[in-house]
Design a protein. Sequence first.
Length: 363
Amino acid sequence: MILNYIFKMPNQTSRNATLPDAITKPSAWLGTDMARNPAAWMYKLSVNDVRDLEAAATHFQSLGVDVGEISEETFPLTTFGEHISKLKQTLLSGVGLEVMCGLPIENYSQAFVATIFCGIGAHIGSARSQNAEGHILGHVRDIGADANDPNSRIYQTCERQSFHTDSADVVGLLCIREAKEGGKSLLVSAESIYNRMKQECPDLLEVLFDPIATDRRGEIQKGAKPYMEIPVLSWHEGYLTVFYQRQYIDSAQRFEGVMRLTPLHIEALNMFDTLANDSQLCFGIQLQPGDMQFVYNHSQLHDRTGFLDWPEPSHRRHLMRLWLSIAGDRPLPECFKERYGSIEIGNRGGIVTNRTRLHAPLD
């Protein structure tokens, strides 16, 4: 269903973009409202849904094909396909996120779990590489990486991340195991942050439309700079699109020739972070084993609290991750080619270098 959105009267900014005074889409939600109304973002898998997913996974595994090659055709759904169609609309033109609950992963091997997760992903969109090695199935866990190392990825630590977007239209997470303490999933609407800044500090909001350098963290395409220059916020063809990872913005300042952050930029970034963590705007979810979370990166930011893990390796926190590109999605501005390579709708996003070879490691 295509929704008609109404914006308040726009005004002209000094960045030569006509911006609305407020965004009133369903994706411009408040965290307090979402916390009170889980029906807006939670879907409980039915017995028939689970049977459909199990049958599709069993069929795929009978083919003897690597899970990285899974497709809609090789993971055939019957009744559950209808919900995935609704999910895509929720991501693109609804609240921009969904948590599916109730997949009984305790009954499955890890390969079977990966097959179901990647199969659902194949019905949502095309899987994208999540690192220079070409992993289309990622594994989010603490591998002992140093959060202060500018060449490490924050998700490979146990530290609090910060609100950020990933480099694809949609990010999916499937919880395999929880941490001993912490590791809560956090979400906030970039459009709600925009609305607050437009009302309270429009001068700071304006500078977030400037190109700002973001560190590639060593995953550099051939011929590219070690950083990207993409605004935190872009207004393009009637859409507000967010691109953000504060730690990577800060670490990009180490490079020679990079555009330096002015005091006004730093003040604007600090305000953006403050509002992202505002208790009225954001909310949290403690994902349980078998829960799947799908988030639309162009309008939503996600985060994770720090965690204390179990001492036993077999018990430690572990989430599977997918990056997906969706057909029928919004257009992106040209500057996103610096990160996405291509901005072709349905075939964009991910991390590709000259050593990237696509595959799906199961562990």
